[in-house]
Design a protein around this ligand. Sequence first.
Ligand code: ARG
Ligand code: ZN
Length: 500
Amino acid sequence: MHRRLIAPGALAASLLLAIPASAAGASPGAPGIGDPYYPAYGNGGYDVSHYDLRLKYQPRTDELEGTATLLATTTQDLSRFDLDFLLDVSEVRVNGAKASFATSGQHELEITPARPLAKGTPVTVVVRYSGVPSTKTAYGFSTWHRTPDGAVAADEPEAAWWWYPSNDHPRDKATYDVSVSVPDGTQAISNGTLQSTSSRLGWTRYNWRSNKPQATYLTTLAVGKFDLTTGTTSDGVPVVNAYSKDLGDNEGAARASVERTAEITDWLTGYFGPYPFNSVGGYVPNTTTGYALETQTRVFYSPRQFAGGSNTSVVVHELAHQWYGDSVSLAGWKDIWINEGFARYAQWLWSEHEGEGTAQELADYVYASHPADDAFWTVAPGDPGPEHQFDIAVYDRGALAVQALRNEVGDDAFFAVLKGWPKQFAYGNASVDDFRKYAEKVSGASLGSLFDTWLYQPSKPGAPAARDAVIARDARTKGAEGAPARPRSWKKIAATDSVH
Ligand code: ARG
Ligand code: ZN
């Protein structure tokens, strides 16, 4: 696509060397992207902009075959690079030419192109593969979930290895075309919009497109027998939901909850700003696994989320992630609080909206229900460690931290931050530190000690001060010294509307 003018001398030199002179000192890309929680996840040396997955899946035998075409750009001179993948590869091409490949580690596919790749150049990687995902494990586990009529790929942080080769880390987001051929009568569900379907020789192909940057773990695939429903939000975003035809007793509660997706998206828009994607919805497959996941534009819900009755709260949680987690993704896995603390806090706001307890009441309740010697307080939501990444403390203590922030800066600044953050870092990545700096900028408050207390100390903080008490305290301490008492700059920010 992009052709460069090459000076005659350089051309001669590169012909003599048979490799571009600039890639002569090329070295292998790192086998991990550099996340301390998961050192082997993702890879170094390139950045993917688009995945095109053309797949065929047979539910009866769990056989998956496909071709993945990745559009990437090199970020160093590369003699070799890795993808993260578990299925059996039959051919790899890099920029059209056959490349050699080998497996290493738990989930590395090492690709050696025929010629080294120069830094900063576009590269097209085609991987042909097949396999039975349920037979593959890494680190002794699998997150590929077979169902009676198909399978589901939806997990965090690991989901991609079982169905497509990738640079498996949220720091490398890309757009996706996912095309899946399944036996007639079976559906394939993925992210974004259903561009087209076609049927021939007993197989139906579903072509899905997700056209905003999307993290690998937020890319989902479900094959099975589904009923689809459609609608639109009041901003005109199309809604597509899918329900397994085999949900048994949970069907009514699942539909009564997930069918409120448009209403809940509208409601969240009031707090977080415009919905960031061009499609929204969820799917409920007939899986026995228990959790839900904020897969981008198309949330995965286990039927077990509805076993106790309708559950709009989980819908709020997963849709809140579309802003907090999906559009703005974590920079590293240690930043999980930005995802889970805010998705949980959205549930508290929903509870308030539904007349089932205010956010402050829920915060007081959670705070009181964990005594100081409860292990709950030993988990630091700001850096919980990989073993505690999805502990309840990341969610509940995480939401307590959000309430503490709200009480510290006041409602005007707090809600300006809540809405400004998804805009400031839309479609990108950000860390807890970025969040603190952003909240400090918007509120004018210095938040280092508040964040330390609520996100990093392995102990129960002192009782959270309600806003009135904070104002009174500041009036006493700072007002007495002649400094202006809070509330102060957050009013200015709200007035100048710099973050909306
Ligand atoms: N982010 C998911 C949520 O909505 C949690 C997924 C946890 N992963 C798992 N395999 N249980 O809270
Ligand atoms: Zn969550």
